[in-house]
Design a protein around this ligand. Sequence first.
Ligand code: HSE
Length: 433
Amino acid sequence: MVKNNIKVGLIGLGVVGGQVAKVLLERADMLSHQTGSEIELKKIKVLPADLGKPLAQFLPEQLFTTSDEEFFDDNEIDIVIELIGGETPAYDYIKQALGKNKHVVTANKEVIAKHGPELINYAASQGVSLYFEASVGGGIPLIAPLERDLKANYINGIHAIINGTTNYILTRMGDDGLDFDMALKQAQELGYAESNSKNDIEGIDAAYKLAIMATLAFQCQVKPEDVFHEGISSLNARDFKYAKELGYAIKLLAIALQYDNTIEARVHPVFIKQDSFLANVNGVFNAVSIEGDLSGHVIFSGQGAGPLATSSAVTADVLRACRDVQSSTRNRGIILSTQKVIKPVSQIITRYYMRLNINDSSGVLAKIAEVLGQHDISISSVIQKETDDLSKTAEIVIMTHPALGNAIENAIAELKSLEVVKDINTAIRVEEI
Ligand code: HSE
């Protein structure tokens, strides 16, 4: 039976919540036309402080509540949109709404990365759906393609730029020669990075998003703690200069690969060839390349964050939930393999770029080559970049052939103990995409 009036409850009136409220109200006619039912924003659950926001002043007072009971006990609400972010109390709110047989739409990457499969299956057991397109890549469709359009594929891998803040910082460092602190400051001034930007800078935000995509792509639960992450704060403008000279760009990539019964999931800075697609995704833009065995490489790109782009994904999920309300259908839950193993980063083999400060005297390069050789690391090229005649030190850049992660780690520890090695400034993986 078609329901003529579908009622929606919204939790949160932050930048995304406010924008979604606007879309639901301003586009009510268009959205209702698409679903064949009136879609009514019935209630917004807010914190007392939100009531002073300009948008709250502008909307009818009876729309707002600060009470959990009033919101969750409202039997008329069919669909709950959760847009407060963070794990707590968002996880409890989502669970409560599903427990009361309401469909849920969320943009919450942390909750979905940590609890996605459990919540999807709980929703199915309650006869409702949980949608989370906006949790990864803002306005870029990624979840629906992974759940539906690419479903016939065996997914070999995902290579993604899925954090706009870090991509902006790396672009400024690469294009304008800014150092990290200056580029971060710019990102903060432009409102891209949050004032506490740890999650962005250290790759945690990207790890959440990769865990969500990898779980759907590989049909095996990839938890945030399974994703190795390394941030960008130790990168130096010199690395960008040298990368360029060698024909590479530096990007923070989120990489998930599947082969046999093994999965690799990692987020870290990489050297990628300047002429590759991902090397040319700049500023706050995101891009995701997914390789299916049937589809080949499919690339999605666009605005990975921001209220407008995110409201596009959230509202589309609301429309999907409306169809579920009307047809009394729901997601079928998610069945995950327990057979696959996550490969530790120490066992992952890649080429490396290394930048070292060493004594500028005879026999030093031979000593370094010997240590690398002892760890089974073969050198592909060595370039002496700068020399300081006063301190008699030189900066060298080493490119290696493919080497094991733990071999590099052990070799670096040993090199650091050599008197002739003043500092190892960076070691960055080189990815062939
Ligand atoms: N902090 C995120 C980014 C925002 O910079 O991409 C959206 O997840």
